[in-house]
Design a protein. Structure first.
Length: 414
């Protein structure tokens, strides 16, 4: 693979050949590139505003996890976004830093200024333009040909300033397929290196993803010149499933957010996609170069800094993921954690299994905890403590003090 760092030593034609070689390598590699948009799309979630210093902390954690690129912000929208991006220059070195732009030259200029100082192979822009009938008619008030012209001109302008240029047709999932392919073709011809498929309103299903991607592969003649990215929203609870379907159909890049945060129902969850690919390499046939042991701490950090709490049942990061009160499950986990877990806590960097004592607990978990507390009870004593637990009023916390009290009443504790 030719290193991207040599871009500066060649003219435009040579650079184009190098980029095509790099893109071809990525397409053949079987590696899924994760492009995280927590700092931009995720922050658009009401109440999830991040200060520049918060964004830098999250960016560093994402870098440690192995993210390939970071959607670092929307420079044209606010000075805070510019400040956040600038704070990452020279600090967050491994991922490509990208900035969001409308198909407006001034947005590209703002991105160019915000990313100044980052090496050419580590900075890029992601342009978007509405392409669906709704967006053309009601938002842009432009004809099909006018929208194509906007796309071509804006991508060409961006390609003069950036070696890495991504284009996404906003509301792609509700755009007529033949016209969608025209828009992609125009963007690629103008210099795009990545094309994204955004399901802007979370409308799609996995079946529609497969159908659409097969149509695109057959009807975009220059699609082999770019990487294909997927960007799914979760309005139907299908963002992760749709993302995985896109990967099965040839997507190279996953655009996602930590904890799936984002507008409305949020985005595809980085940690869920990464673990699905890790656990099912045989099915998807690709490699996710993510350090999964960083996922739980990353999930907690984003929740803390955004102030968006995690549901107890949230995969990877929720407090109940490695906790159980059910006696049968507790007994199995004590004998072998794999009996009731799809993956162990240490694989995602979580603290460990938590056996919650309560009305649904069984003898094994109670005996295990009593032993940890140094309370040596015989089987009858353990069962008496268990019965005492079951008789406690609803909402009572079964803590160690209560266990000691119940054990003491039996009179057999040593």
């Amino acid at each position: 693979m030719v290193p991207l760092g040599i871009f500066s030593g060649f003219g435009r034609k040579a650079r184009g050949a190098i980029k095509r070689q790099i893109i071809s390598h990525h397409r053949r590699s079987g590696v899924i590139l994760f492009s995280d948009t927590t700092l931009r799309d995720g922050e658009q979630m009401p109440g999830a505003t991040l200060e520049p210093e918060d964004k830098l902390r999250i960016a560093k954690a994402l870098e440690e996890a192995g993210i390939h690129s970071l959607d670092a912000g929307f420079p044209a929208s606010s000075q805070a976004d510019v400040d956040a991006i600038k704070s990452m220059i020279g600090v967050v070195k491994k991922p490509v830093l990208t900035a969001l732009c409308r198909t407006v030259n001034s947005d590209v200029d703002a991105a160019d200024e915000a990313l100044a100082g980052n090496p050419p192979h580590k900075r890029g822009v992601s342009l978007f333009c509405g392409t669906s009938p709704l967006h053309r008619r009601d938002k842009l008030q432009k004809s099909e040909s006018e929208v194509l012209e906007i796309i071509s001109n804006s991508i060409a302008y961006a390609a003069e300033k950036f070696e890495i240029v991504a284009f996404s047709p906003e509301d792609a999932s509700r755009t007529e397929l033949p016209y969608l392919c025209e828009a992609y073709k125009a963007a690629i011809d103008a210099g795009a290196t990545t094309i994204g498929f955004p399901d802007t309103v979370g409308f799609f299903t996995p079946e529609k993803v497969r159908e659409t991607f097969r149509f695109m592969q057959d009807n975009i003649p220059n699609i082999d010149r770019v990487l294909l990215a997927v960007h799914f929203h979760n309005d139907l609870g299908l963002a992760v499933a749709n993302t995985l379907a896109g990967i099965e159909e040839g997507a190279n890049v996953v655009q996602c957010t930590v904890n799936g945060i984002g507008e409305r129902a949020g985005n595809a969850s980085l940690e869920e996609v990464a673990m699905a690919l890790t656990l099912h390499q045989d099915q998807y046939g690709v490699t996710a170069k993510i350090d999964t042991s960083k996922l739980y701490p990353l999930s907690q950090l984003v929740s803390e800094l955004t102030g968006v709490p995690l549901a107890p049942t949230k995969p990877i990061g929720g407090e109940n993921i490695f906790a159980t009160e059910a006696g049968i499950h507790q007994d199995g986990l004590l004998k072998n954690p794999d009996t009731y877990l799809p993956y162990r806590p240490e694989q995602v960097g979580a603290p460990g299994i938590r056996l919650v004592l309560g009305r649904h607990s069984g003898r094994s978990a109670v005996a295990h905890r009593l032993e940890e507390l140094g309370l040596d009870l015989d089987d009858d004593g353990v069962m008496s403590v268990l019965e005492g637990i079951k008789q406690t009023p609803k909402g009572t916390s079964i803590d160690d003090d209560l266990l000691r009290d119940l054990a003491g009443k039996i009179g057999t504790a040593t």
